[in-house]
Design a protein around this ligand. Structure first.
Ligand code: SF4
Length: 449
């Protein structure tokens, strides 16, 4: 049996898509092996959001060819879409598949017995990407307790730093019934929590049905305990969604809302469609309606023209708003984006310094969020494995909670009384079981043909 190893770079959406590719390859007769193990086929699902992600792609290919010099290497995803010319000259790459053709990749591979390295890479790519709503060709088998369900792709916003509209095309949504079918199968297989993923999921719109209509249908699925929204743009969070989050027992009180900058001049140069006042008002509204909210954000440092004053505006806003964590990114100039041509570049040392200062704030925010919960009792959905003698899982608001390790906690939801806090997680004790139900210890998706 031929072996296949898949490696994902970048976001949760890429992870969800790799999972679908894995299912397709399994059906084609491949044995899936962990990345780093000898293999006959390597598939890299790439990211192009930062220069670093591209460098990692090169590293992943080199590393695999060291232990498996004859491995056939296929590269797909956002870098294959936007950087296929550079990829063509990358040593060891045999097949480059743009995002438009990602799901055809398994069919493009030579028959397994003829899987040999090519003298030069074949490129399957088109500049344009479909705008139609979509169904997925297969469903993934997630590796964790939380299963990502892709509901949307593409973006029309054109932020000046972002390559995603070029890499993934215009907005389009997954056919609602197809998403529901996958979520139903996941629930039946024992997955308790699904995470709705996409590029701009607040813009979900399929045949007149919006994100709230999709959530309505998901809430009716038996056995599904939690529905979590992944990153969502601030301009797409409306009162209907806030009210649903406040009232629902399934929609998790959690939002990850990218801020990017706390300075209006920079937001305007970024072409972000809101200003600081709008963002702060939105957060105020959500927190008033959903007091238990867990709130994450993305912040970019070193965008062209970011003065010390502009950076301090970001720091002050991030300090003021009740974020439970910050993801801090240095600006990465990407070819083809408007920001590449902007004046006012920030010195790399200064960018690093600003990132370090915000990383310290991130740690303080995490500590504050964990401390807030000391003395409370929360339902924790436990994950597999242990770290440093602790089993851990998440609360509905995404607080990570650890307890003394125990195998039988995996994939169960248990009441935990929080007694201590750190930057890493809150620590507590599992209360005696009363209303708990068990999910299978080993999660596996029922097969779909
Ligand atoms: S909203 Fe802006 S940052 Fe987000 S994917 Fe669209 S263009 Fe990129």
């Amino acid at each position: 049996m031929k072996r296949a190893s898949l490696h994902t770079l970048g976001c949760r959406l890429n992870q969800a898509e790799t999972s679908v590719l894995e299912s397709q390859l399994r059906k084609e007769g491949y044995e899936l092996v962990a990345f780093g193990q000898p293999t006959d086929l390597l598939v890299v699902n790439t990211c192009s959001v930062t220069k670093e992600a591209e460098r990692t792609c090169r590293y992943v290919v080199r590393k695999t060819l060291k232990h498996s010099p004859e491995a056939f290497v296929a590269v797909t995803g956002c870098y294959a879409q936007t950087g296929w010319q550079e990829l063509r000259s990358m040593a060891g790459v045999d097949l480059i598949v743009g995002n438009q053709f990602k799901w055809d990749l398994p069919a493009m591979l030579p028959a397994t017995e003829h899987l040999r390295k090519a003298p030069k890479p074949e490129v399957v790519h088109s500049k344009t990407i479909d705008r139609d709503d979509f169904i997925l060709p297969d469903y993934g088998t997630p590796h964790s307790t939380r299963a990502s369900v892709k509901i949307q792709d593409g973006c029309n916003v054109m932020c000046s730093f972002c390559l995603i509209p070029f890499a993934r095309g215009h907005e389009r949504s997954r056919v609602l019934e197809d998403a529901i079918r996958e979520a139903t199968l996941l629930a039946a297989a024992g997955y308790r929590e699904i995470v709705l993923t996409g590029v701009n999921i607040g813009r979900y719109q399929q045949d007149g049905r919006d994100l709230l209509a999709l959530i309505d249908a998901l809430e009716r699925i038996d056995g599904l305990e939690r529905i979590r929204i992944s990153s969502i743009e601030p301009t797409t969070i409306d009162d209907g969604l806030i009210e649903r989050m406040a009232a629902s027992s399934k929609l998790c009180p959690y939002l990850h809302v990218p801020l990017q900058s706390g300075d209006d001049t920079i937001l305007s140069a970024m072409n972000r469609p809101y200003r600081v006042k709008d963002f702060a008002k939105l957060i105020e509204r959500v927190v008033r309606a959903v007091p238990s909210l867990g709130l994450g954000t993305d912040v970019m440092v070193g965008f062209p023209g970011e003065s010390e004053g502009a950076f301090l505006n970001t720091v002050r806003l991030a300090e003021t708003l009740p974020f439970s964590y910050l993801h801090v990114f240095p600006f990465s100039p990407r070819p083809g984006t408007a920001a590449l041509r902007m004046n006012g570049s920030v010195a790399p040392g200064l960018v690093r310094d600003r990132a370090t200062r915000l990383a310290a704030l991130d740690r303080a925010k995490r500590m504050w969020f964990a401390e807030r919960h000391i003395g409370s009792t929360l339902p924790i959905l436990f994950e597999a494995g242990e770290t440093d003698g602790f089993a851990s899982g998440t609360a509905p608001n995404f607080l990570r909670v650890a307890v003394a390790a125990s195998d039988y906690l995996t994939s169960t939801t248990r009441s935990v009384r929080i007694s201590a806090a750190s930057e890493r997680w809150a620590v507590g004790q599992v209360l005696p079981a009363r209303h708990e139900s068990k999910a299978p210890q080993t999660l596996s998706l029922v097969s779909i043909s």
